[in-house]
Design a protein around this ligand. Sequence first.
Ligand code: SF4
Ligand code: SF4
Length: 180
Amino acid sequence: MSKIKKKIKVIKIDADKCNGCRACEVVCSAFHANPKYSSNNPARSRIRLIREPLTDVYLPVYAGEYTAAECMGRDKYVIDGKEYDECGLCRASCPSRELFKEPDSGLPLKCDMCEDDPPQQKPLCVQWCLNDALTYEEREEELEEEKERPGDVEAGLESLVDKYGLQKVIDTIARMSNKN
Ligand code: SF4
Ligand code: SF4
């Protein structure tokens, strides 16, 4: 398999610096609102805060890939004396929780590193985090050429097919195109 150079974009998270202000959720949901900045709703954000004030847990997690099947892992991790659920550390939009799903449609949400129009130099959640809990890193890596990953529309359709079945999705799209 041939190798290609790829730019890897990462948001590094330092949970110790997060104070739970939720500015990252606000700006992410506003940037991705339609029209842009017309509303802000953390439930539509692609970064969410796992927040348990009683145990002093504030953990920002940004959305990764959609997955149709839930995993079997329900382990717990203790990091610096604080207990985290395995689910809390996971970035997937999956069937076992409501996290990273668009609240009205149930479609999966995925972080696009703020490359949406207009693309941002640095992710907005990183820019808005005044506590430096989020740091943006870019590096180039040589990787095996891989199959193109599904885009937002494909991942959304896949989740609808998983939920309602292929025929119902096809019938609905056909009905919608007849209306237009
Ligand atoms: S903006 Fe920073 S400090 Fe505030 S919740 Fe998000 S990660 Fe935590
Ligand atoms: S990088 Fe952009 S899209 Fe991703 S979580 Fe941060 S604000 Fe949201």
